[in-house]
Design a protein. Structure first.
Length: 512
C-alpha cells in the first residue's frame, strides 16, 4: 500500500526558501492581493449547468462547516460513481470530517430530492422521510440546515453583541446622542434579546430568519449601518462595518438554502440514479520544516533573501517605515515552531490525483469550499495540470499551509512530486518578486478584509434578465452521458442584491 512505501521528500533547501518568504510576507501583510471572485459563466442563453454544479458544491460545503473554527472549513466536489450512475459528493475538512456531517449532508440531499421531484418521494433511513420535510417552500430543509448550524450562528450572534456592547458602547459618550445609533440600539434590544435576557443556541433557528428578513431589499437596518460606517472615523467606522458583515452572516444560511433548492431542481437528471456522500481519507499532517541550526528569526530570513548589503538596507528601511520590526520578528519566530495543515481543498485534489475519479464536469472540474480559497490554495488549484475551475479567493496567506505527503507507491507519484517541486519554485519566485515590488514602490500593507464567506453569492442570476419572459429549455450533458433539456430558472424577485458579506462593503471610505 502507498502508506507503507517510502515517503517522497523535497530538498530541505527548497522547503526553507519557500517558507522563508511565506512566513515573512504573512507577518508583513496577510492579504496579498485583491479579492478574486469566480468567473461568471453567463452565456447569451442563460447559465450553464456547470455553474449549477459548482454552486451546489459550494453550498453543501458551506452548510457542512457547522462551527466557526478553521478546523471545520469544509470542501466538497461532485463526481460519478465507479459505474457512472450515481453522483458521489466527496467531502474534506481542514481537520477531520465527522460522521455527523456525512449524515447531515445525506439528509439534506434526501430532502432536496423530495422537493425537486414531487412525483417520486425518495425513501430512506433519514428523518427526511416525513412528508412535511418535502414542502415545496423548503421550510423543512431550512429547519434542518439551521439546527445543524446553530453553533456557528451562535458564535456570530455572540461576536455581534460583543462588538456592539463593548467596542461601540451605544449608551456612553457622544455616540449616545446619535439618533441613528439610538434607533439601531432599539432594534438590537428587540431582536437580539428575549424577556429573560440574551438568546441561547437553541434560539438560533428563528433568530437567523429574523436577521435575514432585516436585509431584504436595502432595509433600514443595513442603511443605518452603512451611514454610521461613513460617519465615524476614530475606529468606530470599522466596528459598524463589522456589524454589517456579521448581520449578513447570520442570515447567510437562508440564502444558501434558497440556492440549494434552485440549483438542485436544475440538476434533476444528474441525480436520477441516486447519490452517496463520502469523506476523503485524512491527509498526513507533518511538520512543515525542520528548524535550522542556530537562531531562526527575521535577521536570518533577510540574510537568505538579500545577499547584497544595499538590498538588505533597503529592506530594513522599508520595514521601519511601515511595520513594527520587533513584532515581525516575534511573529516569524512563532511561525517557525508551528506544524503544517493540508487545507480541505488540497485534500480533495490529492484524493482525486490518487484515485482518478470522474467529475461530473470532467472538462472543468471544481472544488467547492465553505470559504474562498487562500492565496496558496488558489494558485495550487490554478496551476494544477488537471485544469480545475478557478475558485474565488480572499488572497490571504497562511504560514501553516503545506502540501500533501506523497509516497513512492502512489499513483503517478513521480509526476505529482515534480509538479509539487515546480509549484514550490514558482511560488517562491512569485512571492519574492511581490516583496521586491512592494519595497521598490514603497507600498504600505494592504487593508485587511474578512475571509469568512462561502464561495456562494446570492445573485445567482443577472438582474438584467427580464422576468416577464418565459423560461427556456437548454440542452446539456447529464451525469450519465445523455443529453437532456434543463429548465433554467429566472431570478427570484426576493433574492438579495448582494450577499458577499466578506467583501469590503463600503468602498471609498478611508480607514482610520
Amino acid at each position: 500500500m502507498a502508506a507503507s512505501s517510502a515517503q517522497l521528500k523535497h530538498h530541505q533547501t527548497q522547503i526553507d526558501r519557500f517558507y522563508d518568504i511565506v512566513y515573512l510576507l504573512k507577518s508583513l501583510s496577510q492579504v496579498r492581493g485583491e479579492r478574486i471572485k469566480q468567473k461568471c459563466s453567463l452565456e447569451k442563453d442563460g447559465y450553464r449547468i456547470a455553474k449549477f454544479r459548482r454552486d451546489l458544491a459550494d453550498a453543501l460545503a458551506y452548510i457542512a462547516a457547522y462551527k466557526k473554527n478553521p478546523d471545520y472549513v469544509t470542501a466538497a466536489a461532485l463526481t460519478l460513481s465507479e459505474d457512472g450512475e450515481e453522483v458521489i459528493v466527496w467531502v474534506a475538512a481542514n481537520k477531520v470530517v465527522e460522521p455527523g456531517v456525512i449524515e447531515f449532508l445525506k439528509e439534506v440531499l434526501h430532502i432536496l430530492s423530495g422537493i425537486s421531484d414531487r412525483t417520486h418521494r425518495p425513501q430512506g433511513p433519514y428523518r427526511a422521510a416525513r412528508e412535511q420535510d418535502f414542502q415545496e417552500d423548503g421550510s423543512g430543509l431550512l429547519s434542518c440546515i439551521l439546527k445543524f448550524n446553530s453553533e456557528r450562528n451562535f458564535a456570530y450572534y455572540t461576536s455581534f453583541l460583543k462588538t456592539w456592547e463593548e467596542d461601540i458602547s451605544p449608551s456612553e459618550g457622544a455616540i449616545a446622542e446619535d439618533e441613528d445609533v439610538r434607533r439601531l440600539n432599539e432594534w438590537i434590544i428587540k431582536t437580539f434579546h428575549r424577556c429573560s435576557g440574551r438568546l441561547a443556541k437553541e434560539d438560533m433557528v428563528n433568530f437567523a430568519q429574523e436577521c435575514h428578513k432585516a436585509r431584504t431589499g436595502y432595509s433600514e437596518v443595513f442603511d443605518t449601518l452603512k451611514q454610521l460606517t461613513h460617519r465615524y472615523k476614530n475606529g468606530l467606522g470599522n466596528k459598524f462595518e463589522r456589524l454589517h458583515k456579521l448581520l449578513l452572516k447570520l442570515g447567510k444560511h437562508i440564502t444558501v438554502h434558497k440556492k440549494l433548492i434552485q440549483v438542485r431542481r436544475s440538476l434533476q437528471k444528474d441525480f436520477d440514479k441516486g447519490f452517496e456522500v463520502r469523506a476523503v481519507p485524512k491527509s498526513s499532517q507533518t511538520k512543515i520544516r525542520s528548524l535550522r541550526k542556530g537562531k531562526f528569526d527575521l535577521n536570518n530570513i533577510s540574510r537568505h533573501l538579500y545577499r547584497e548589503k544595499d538590498d538588505l538596507a533597503a529592506f530594513f528601511s522599508h520595514l521601519e517605515k511601515f511595520h513594527d520590526v520587533k513584532r515581525i520578528s516575534e511573529d516569524i519566530t512563532k511561525a517557525c515552531k508551528s506544524g503544517g495543515r493540508v487545507h480541505a481543498e488540497i485534500q480533495l485534489i490529492d484524493h482525486f490525483d490518487r484515485t482518478r475519479c470522474q467529475f461530473l464536469d470532467k472538462d472543468s472540474p471544481y472544488i467547492g469550499c465553505s470559504k474562498p480559497a487562500c492565496y496558496l490554495c488558489y494558485y495550487y488549484i490554478a496551476e494544477h495540470p488537471n485544469r480545475y475551475y478557478p475558485p474565488s479567493s480572499h488572497q490571504k496567506i497562511y504560514n501553516i499551509w503545506c502540501l500533501p505527503t506523497l509516497y513512492q507507491g502512489d499513483h503517478e507519484a513521480s509526476i505529482r512530486f515534480n509538479a509539487q517541486k515546480r509549484f514550490l519554485k514558482m511560488m517562491t519566485e512569485k512571492l519574492c518578486t511581490e516583496l521586491r515590488t512592494e519595497i521598490a514602490n514603497q507600498r504600505e500593507p494592504r487593508t485587511y478584509h474578512a475571509d469568512s464567506t462561502a464561495g456562494v453569492t446570492s445573485t445567482i442570476y443577472s438582474h438584467t434578465l427580464k422576468q416577464e419572459n418565459l423560461p427556456q429549455l437548454y440542452p446539456f450533458q447529464t451525469g450519465n452521458g445523455t443529453k437532456e433539456n434543463y429548465r433554467i430558472p429566472y431570478p427570484d424577485p426576493e433574492e438579495e442584491h448582494n450577499d458577499e458579506e466578506g467583501t469590503v462593503v463600503f468602498k471609498g471610505r478611508r480607514r482610520s
